[in-house]
Ligand binder design. Structure first.
Ligand SMILES: [Zn+2]
Length: 411
């Protein structure tokens, strides 16, 4: 029934042949000269009929490596915040992208996505919603598996590796070097129909999850400026030795150390860390250090010592005219186990908002800079006065989601 309805009422977003052609040239250039993409497999080539491509998300420009994988035009689902703040919004809309809030899916979004496969097209989604900040994949929202089954068309996996190092979320700019793209069929339409949700989850997760540092151990790719870890202190904000928070700094571009106890590690050209202080144990992978911090936050939450986190922040919202986030006021913002809260003065008026955290597996953020709270079509970009808070808050949102998912039903 629902399928039929979607088929008859929704049309896939229109695509301009010319704009798509231009985008193919630009992305082809970046894929070749900056990401130096190499295909491991490309099973998408030459395939006809409706297809959904799911892709892992290591860096903001991952789509570049996928764009030229087939001569057919694809419809990418991208983040609304990203879409609304790009100066090329009109151009993007002519590529037929579907812009949606990262952790909310409206009925309209679902119909638009369905319209693409119903019309025999290729739909590309990034189920994790967020690129990773530490080389570890972010959790996949539970609704994904059911959605794939409901679409009922062949699913291809586009697995990228190396782009995390070519464009770390905690650093500015691009670092050219070899990246890889492996595209393979994950489910045929028939397999999808017959699989249980658990089976879909198992196979999807196995294809989607990654640890960029362990991959790098195999690949050993040198990226331009690859040893520079300035900005990483915003992600690794807890000292692994003395466990002090917000005492971690970077000096000389490649040494990360704790101001409190002197624990220090040096990054090599591959991004691996080597201990140079007397004290502490060596942690080779940034992903392991980050995971340790996450586990600490989780333990505090489980034991009930960490039920909420608040900070004062400047609030910015998108100005539709200039396609930019602009300051609209100040507020006390934060999260508890059930809600995000924003209380302050926006656009000269008292403002108070609570948003359920139920669907938020994670939160859009930039380490050491800002995080974003979504409410319907509104995006509140929060820039804390103490920028240290960003990463801890992002971790806590993930922890709360994980704990809710684990809780027995009815509790
Ligand atoms: Zn320390």
């Amino acid at each position: 029934m629902q399928n039929e309805k979607a088929k008859h009422h929704a049309q896939p977003p229109r695509q301009s042949r010319f704009c798509y052609f231009l985008a193919r040239i630009v992305t082809g250039f970046v894929a070749r000269f900056i990401f130096k993409r190499r295909f491991i497999r490309n099973e998408l080539r030459g395939k006809r009929g409706p297809i959904v491509v799911i892709a892992n998300h290591q860096a903001a420009y991952d789509f570049v490596n996928l764009f030229g994988a087939t001569s057919r035009r694809m419809h990418f689902v991208i983040s609304e915040s990203f879409y609304n703040t790009l100066p090329i919004k009109k151009f993007l809309s002519r590529l037929g992208v579907i812009a949606k809030q990262q952790f909310q899916t409206t009925i309209k979004d679902i119909h638009l996505m369905k319209s693409v496969t119903a019309a025999g097209g290729i739909l590309v989604i990034y189920p994790a919603g967020l690129m990773c900040e530490d080389g570890l994949s972010t959790p996949i929202p539970a609704a994904t598996y059911q959605f794939l089954q409901w679409l009922g068309v062949p699913v291809y996996m586009a697995r990228t590796s190396g782009t995390y190092f070519a464009m770390p979320k905690w650093a500015d700019g691009l670092r050219s070097g070899r990246t890889y793209m492996d595209i393979f069929r994950l489910f045929s339409a028939e397999e999808l129909r017959e699989a249980t949700l658990d089976e879909i989850k198992e196979r999807t997760d196995a294809a989607m999850l990654f640890d960029a540092y362990r991959e790098q151990e195999e690949l050993l790719v040198e990226y331009k400026n690859g040893g520079n870890i300035e900005g990483l202190e915003n992600v690794l904000y807890v000292c692994p030795h003395c466990r002090s928070e917000h005492t971690v700094r970077v000096r000389d571009g490649n040494i990360i150390y704790c101001e409190h106890c002197g624990y220090a590690e040096e990054s090599d050209k591959y991004g691996f860390l080597h201990k140079i202080s007397e004290c502490g144990e060596e942690i080779r992978y940034v992903s392991d250090w980050s995971r340790m911090i996450y586990d600490m936050v989780r333990k505090e939450a489980v034991e009930g010592h960490l039920d909420e986190l608040y900070t004062d922040a400047e609030i910015q919202m998108i100005d539709g005219r200039c396609c930019k986030f602009v300051p609209v006021g100040h507020a006390r913002v934060g999260v508890d186990r059930e809600h995000f809260h924003i209380d302050g003065v926006l656009r000269g008026e008292d403002f108070s908002l609570s948003v359920s955290t139920a669907n938020f597996a994670s939160l859009p953020f930039s380490p050491g800079r800002y995080f974003e709270i979504q409410h319907g079509a509104d995006i509140f970009r929060c820039l804390p006065t103490s920028s240290d808070t960003v990463m801890k808050l992002a971790n806590l949102v993930k922890v709360f989601y994980e704990l809710r998912a684990e809780a027995p039903v009815g509790e």
